[in-house]
Design a protein around this ligand. Sequence first.
Ligand code: UDP
Length: 339
Amino acid sequence: MPNSPLSILVTGGAGYIGSHTVRLLVSQGHRVVVLDNLVYGHRQAIVDESVRLVVGDVGDQALVRSLFKEHSFDAVVHFAAFAYVGESVTNPLKYYENNTSEPIRLLAIMQEFGCRCFVFSSTCATYGVPVALPITEANPQQPINPYGQSKLMVEKILADCAVAWGLRSACLRYFNASGGSEDGLIGEDHDPETHLIPRVLMALTGEIEHVDLFGTDYETPDGTCIRDYIHVDDLAEAHLRALEHLASGGESISCNLGTGVGVSVKEIIAAAEEVTGLKVPVRIASRREGDPPSLVADPSLAATLLGWRARHLDVREMVRPAWRWISSQHGGRYSKNDL
Ligand code: UDP
């Protein structure tokens, strides 16, 4: 029954992609409880009063068990994770604990309560360096850093749980999440912020002096890296579809979430200049370690399985809400008194 209201636990629902998804789920009539430890999430990112925010860890089994008792969840949407690739290289155990061990403890509670629908935030980082472009789901999954490994392990665990106790899951492999809500109420606020689009815009507000352009000698048409930037509201829509697919008895799926459009770093800078009418201060820097030259999704499987396609294909549609958010009075930051 895809359209009947579901009771959903959203972990990491106060984070960037989670908070946009929570708003969409609520707008569709679903009942949402957010579990977020607010290490990177923000209390103010939960804007709907009907949403209960529980501050705590995904791996806290006593807490999660009490929530399952109280709310009898039909499904879990699991966003909570650390996502700094560089940090995952220097501190892998932090990533394996948070991104792999904690979900194992959550899955154990789901098994205990017979909750068998799980939507999982996976990543194109599970592919490592792609063997062919655009990247299809048939590309071997060979991550080149612990972050990607920590996510791939969960994908494998989900497949084993499917066999053992009938869990059905959707592994959604995101490409580069970007943009923000149209009404400007929520947006991207990472601390530290490492992503290209916000950093380009922060260089325009003066929050940083310039944006570093990591490498101009890649084997790409303009020498800079190519990525597939996907609007966060399009990601949210895919989660809704995946959830309804599983809730109506659909089989487990794994699919890419991208636009299929590759955009270079230089093209992002040009788009930002066009949207804002300002000149971006750029400093040419050396390559950032671990950056593959080009990562572009083949998004056709998600279209087949979920009837989902990205609505925003022009990167200016991602830059515009990001600029509205960052150039607003609050400077793209939720206030600090949110703990
Ligand atoms: N990038 C850059 N300067 C920055 C941040 C990123 O040139 O300050 C480049 C980076 O090398 C990559 C692309 O922009 O090619 C997207 O990087 P981001 O960190 O946003 O996402 P990733 O693809 O690493 O997940």
